[in-house]
Write a protein that binds this ligand. Structure first.
Ligand SMILES: Nc1ncnc2c1ncn2[C@@H]1O[C@H](COP(=O)(O)OP(=O)(O)OP(=O)(O)O)[C@@H](O)[C@H]1O
Ligand SMILES: [Mg+2]
Length: 419
């Protein structure tokens, strides 16, 4: 049985195509999608095999087709032009779509749907489908590239950005290339913490380039380099601009980043699959965080070391397990201080009661160092060595073993810029 999603974008071929597909043995049309976002959200259910899409659907870009493939959904494009038209071929090639059904060929759509194979396979049927080779770089699975470490944590500002920023800095200071991406859909803060005065948002540029199929080639232009080893993709300049970034574009950004470097991602706090209020099941604001989690090799969950923070952390760990079960989780209990009255052992007992974790780290409260760093727009290591900086270095050891220098930890210099 082949399950099909249909995105006709209001074109007249929808009704006859639907009738033909439904009449074809072994084919079931699962859903008529209202737009590309609806299609991309629908494929994540894992129930569909083929997406029949209008080649001219607004928003259909290489990132969208890469997203389809990641969910093992094979695209078939329908165009109202001739399928051997040069522009049509080029457009399909840019999208990485190999099967195109053109004007006058609609009768063969169902047979193309049944026989279309995976992306790179060349395929034609009775002259109905044009063969075009995708020029889209296939998704890296990270096997040879860097690790993607996603820093997440519940609401209440437990210190996600502080951990993400200083972790990336630490890894870069060991001469290991790292991309730090600010994907917080509630507004970016990484740039400010690192004193990057950006006029352009790296994330918004990346999403525009991903949409145009140019991100792979122009990735360097969306990064702000700090020293030789740290590249920062700055976040949203205003919280309300989250609508300009789609999950599929986040996928492409992280795939490109991990192809050449280790990756640290700062995210938002909320894991709810909020459906946008505008129309048609469009993925909402938290799609950015959820997309990052989907790409994660490991998640760092940051919680604050006080009664409210720990309760939120416990709930967060349960939510995360439901959302992203299977990804290793490392917990950071931040802002530890004696005035709270709990020992590390007591907190460890609580955390382990809620979730199996790959590791548990404690970072001390250090208001003076954090303030000094924030006010001067510098990372913590730049304002001096401290137990907080050492705690972050230990976290980097665990998350990015590839960065661990061969000199004994006690002899490592601190407070230096990434080179
Ligand atoms: N170990 C620490 N000691 C003292 N202050 C800290 C520590 N870690 C973080 N802070 C402070 O806590 C506040 C929140 O930190 P941060 O911005 O990193 O949190 P967040 O989880 O990213 O929050 P948001 O929800 O705003 O994204 C900041 O003022 C930061 O300086
Ligand atoms: Mg933050």
């Amino acid at each position: 049985m082949i399950c099909v999603l249909l995105l006709a974008a209001g074109e007249a071929w929808e009704s006859p195509a639907l009738a033909d597909l439904e009449a074809h043995p072994g084919v079931v049309v699962l859903k008529r999608c209202v737009d590309v976002d609806d299609l991309l959200a629908s494929v994540t259910s894992g129930q569909s095999d083929v997406a029949v899409v209008s080649l001219d659907a607004p928003g259909l870009d290489p990132a969208s087709t890469a997203h389809l493939r990641r969910h093992a959904v094979r695209p078939v494009a329908v165009t109202t032009s001739r399928s051997d038209d040069l522009d049509v071929r080029e457009h399909a090639q840019r999208l990485g779509i190999t099967a195109v059904v053109g004007a006058g060929e609609l009768a063969s759509l169902a047979s193309v749907v049944v026989s279309v194979e995976d992306a790179a396979d060349t395929h034609a049927r009775d002259g109905a489908a044009v063969e075009v080779l995708p020029d889209v770089v296939p998704a890296e699975d990270g096997a040879d590239g860097g690790r993607v470490v996603v820093v997440w944590g519940p609401g209440g500002a437990p210190g996600r950005t502080t951990v993400a920023t200083n972790l990336a800095w630490e890894v870069a200071s060991r001469r290991t290339d790292v991309v730090l991406a600010d994907l917080d859909p509630y507004g970016g803060a990484v740039a400010q913490q690192l004193g990057v005065l950006d006029e352009v948002s790296g994330l918004l540029s990346a999403s525009r380039l991903a949409g145009a199929g140019q991100l792979d080639d122009r990735f360097a232009s969306v990064c702000r380099g700090i020293g030789e080893h740290l590249a920062v993709v700055t976040g949203l300049p205003r919280a309300d601009r989250w609508r300009e970034v789609r999950a599929a574009q986040v996928d492409q950004l992280l795939e490109r980043a991990r192809a050449s470097a280790q990756v640290v991602v700062d995210t938002g706090f909320c894991l709810e699959e909020d459906v946008g209020s505008d129309f048609g099941g469009r993925p909402g604001r938290n799609a950015l965080t959820l997309a990052a989690l989907e790409q994660a090799d490991e998640v760092v969950v940051v919680g604050a070391a006080d009664p409210v923070g720990l309760t939120r952390l416990a709930r967060g760990l349960v939510d995360l397990r439901e959302r992203a079960g299977g990804i290793p989780v490392r917990v950071v209990v931040n802002r530890m201080r004696s005035s709270i009255g709990w020992s590390e052992k007591e907190i460890a007992g609580m955390v382990e009661g809620f979730s199996r974790v790959a590791g548990l780290h404690f970072l001390p409260e250090d208001r003076a160092a954090v303030d000094k760093a924030l006010v001067s727009g510098r990372p913590l290591a730049e304002v001096g060595d401290s137990p907080l900086v050492q705690g972050i270095a230990a976290l980097a050891d665990a998350l990015f073993p590839v960065s661990v220098p061969s000199v004994p930890a006690g002899r490592r210099r601190r407070g230096r810029r990434p080179r």
